[in-house]
Design a protein around this ligand. Sequence first.
Ligand code: HEC
Ligand code: HEC
Ligand code: HEC
Ligand code: HEC
Ligand code: HEC
Ligand code: HEC
Length: 382
Amino acid sequence: MKRSSLLSLLLIAFTSLFFIQCTHDNYVAVDGVDGVDGIDGDFVCQQCHSDTYRTPIHDAYDLSGHANGESWGRGTRGSCAACHNNQGYIDWFSDMYVDEDTGLPIANPDGYANSTPINCSGCHSTHKTFDFENDGPDYAIRNTEAVQLLVDDGYFIDLGFSNACVACHQPRRSGPEDDGNGSFTMTSTHWGPHHGPQSTMLEGIEGELIPGSTSYPAIGSATHRTGSTCTQCHMGETTDNTDGGHTFYPTANACTACHTNGVPEEVGGLAADMDALLVLLENVIGWEYEYEVDEDGELILDEDGDPIIVLDANGDPVILEVVGILQDGHPNTGSFGEGATFDILDARAAWNYLFVEEDQSHGVHNPAYAKALIKNSLQALD
Ligand code: HEC
Ligand code: HEC
Ligand code: HEC
Ligand code: HEC
Ligand code: HEC
Ligand code: HEC
């Protein structure tokens, strides 16, 4: 694939020698560039650097969720900036700031005065090599190194140019841990993998492998991972300028090579299983402490600022029933918002639900894995 796209690139570049010789090239004027050894002429540079070539890229980018999303406002916070602020992302890959605990590079932990969406200068920096003929085009992509996962520093995902996507589109949390009593306490309505677990879904990791009758595919074995990548499906050749390329929306042109009889509409049965699992998760029974509240229903706090647990006549905490580890699809922290405790199995099934939901591909990234996670969760709770 890479080889053939390089070839067509060179072919177009060669043809362009005859047709677009007079196109303005911004980089001819760059110091030293003209003298680079072994490049067979400015036309190779022009191929990607001409205004004619770039205008559609800018137009496509303007349509993308990257340009239009609202979450970029979050990128002033140090903990969010790496993925929600162009400068935060640049800093993350610069070794400028380092996490004291892990020694790994991060965005400025003190945060930023401004936050802007990821743009050309975030994903791209400068060429690592100018020997395109032997090294292939590098597209001047900032990070092409394998990505060390935030939730598992022993695991690296390596998808070539798509490593640019993996860095941000990875989970921020791992699945639930047993508290030692076979339970798990839900303390955050934001619990879950966060909104970008796509790369781990494609890889087939970070789901909870609840035993069941559907077997789990081997890690890294999904055809969509072995035979394709983020950039191929999301940046492939556009059908009508609203998908593929720098819109980053999947293009059907990336599917037809394999799906010769037409692109499947959906991952068969997954949506129905997700619905059924959600009903179960919204009805599993957990418990919470009762807390003292004032006449407005607000928590009364002790002198340390902690809420006060109501005790019964024997001096034991009063325990209330909580229905649903998820409520309206979101984690349930109980009626006081102070935490609700559920069986660890319920928590693992809830994790799988949120993992598939937040991946947002409706299982397409890894059909067999998504199906197995949901089927086995359903079976275990039913
Ligand atoms: C396959 C496409 C492609 C080819 C061919 C290519 N470039 Fe680039 N180049 C890019 C991309 C993408 C960037 C990212 C920065 C941007 O888009 O402004 C870039 C960035 C650069 C930058 C840094 C720009 C900056 O603002 O710091 C320089 C310098 C550069 N290229 C020079 C060249 C030269 C010289 C050639 C020919 C020898 C060349 N490029 C060929 C795609 C290409
Ligand atoms: C700097 C981090 C970052 C990088 C790098 C990045 N993304 Fe994103 N991406 C985001 C964020 C954040 C959003 C959500 C924007 C919003 O809605 O506020 C997003 C949104 C998207 C969307 C649209 C989702 C929607 O709900 O509309 C797609 C598709 C996407 N990214 C694919 C990719 C691909 C493919 C790559 C690699 C070429 C990539 N992203 C690289 C952070 C990143
Ligand atoms: C490891 C990268 C990463 C970090 C760190 C990160 N996010 Fe995100 N976040 C993403 C990605 C990727 C998306 C977009 C997913 C999509 O649309 O498919 C996203 C989406 C969001 C959204 C949009 C949700 C929606 O449904 O529209 C919000 C809000 C958000 N993040 C808040 C935060 C906050 C607040 C922080 C810091 C506490 C944070 N994020 C840290 C990667 C990250
Ligand atoms: C979210 C990351 C991201 C952003 C933002 C981004 N690019 Fe790219 N760009 C890529 C990746 C990844 C590739 C390589 C695609 C491939 O492998 O097919 C690429 C390829 C390119 C290429 C060469 C191949 C092609 O698709 O024509 C050019 C030129 C380019 N980008 C220019 C730009 C410009 C200009 C902008 C700003 C409007 C921009 N890019 C924004 C990730 C990004
Ligand atoms: C086999 C092709 C394929 C591959 C490989 C792939 N995707 Fe997707 N992706 C899709 C399709 C198709 C959808 C949309 C499914 C739907 O809307 O039901 C999607 C959805 C998404 C979304 C949500 C978009 C939205 O509009 O809500 C994001 C974000 C995303 N993918 C990012 C990635 C990242 C990052 C990678 C690489 C780690 C990747 N994808 C790999 C095909 C692919
Ligand atoms: C490299 C070949 C290849 C490419 C490219 C590819 N697919 Fe697939 N796809 C497969 C194979 C093989 C399966 C079935 C086996 C599996 O799940 O790995 C599959 C399964 C699926 C399924 C699940 C069907 C079901 O009911 O389980 C969907 C949906 C799907 N693909 C959509 C897409 C879309 C959309 C694209 C393009 C954006 C795409 N595929 C690109 C090979 C591919």
